[in-house]
Design a protein around this ligand. Structure first.
Ligand code: SF4
Length: 75
């Protein structure tokens, strides 16, 4: 598969309300801290999505009730 559809998931912690749906839908990439806020397993506020997890990542973005998650596509 080509790399042009590689996606990155971004978290805006100022919007996140610790609902935790994202970690349920994408446990491979996100876990929750002791207060229920998401942490990307790879660290930071952006994480590359492996091709096999693209639909799960889209689902997590849609499930977030406050729009704290965003997917971008690499050019
Ligand atoms: S689903 Fe949204 S509000 Fe809930 S923990 Fe994840 S990013 Fe935060």
């Amino acid at each position: 598969m080509s790399t042009h559809d590689q996606r990155t998931l971004h978290l805006d912690p100022t919007l996140c309300d610790a609902h935790g749906f994202c970690a349920e839908l994408l446990p491979e990439l996100i876990h929750l801290d002791e207060w229920g806020y998401p942490i990307f397993t790879a660290g930071g506020l952006a994480t590359d999505i492996p091709h096999g997890l693209t639909s799960e990542a889209k689902r997590a973005v849609t499930a977030c009730p406050v729009g704290a998650l965003r997917l971008t596509k690499h050019a």
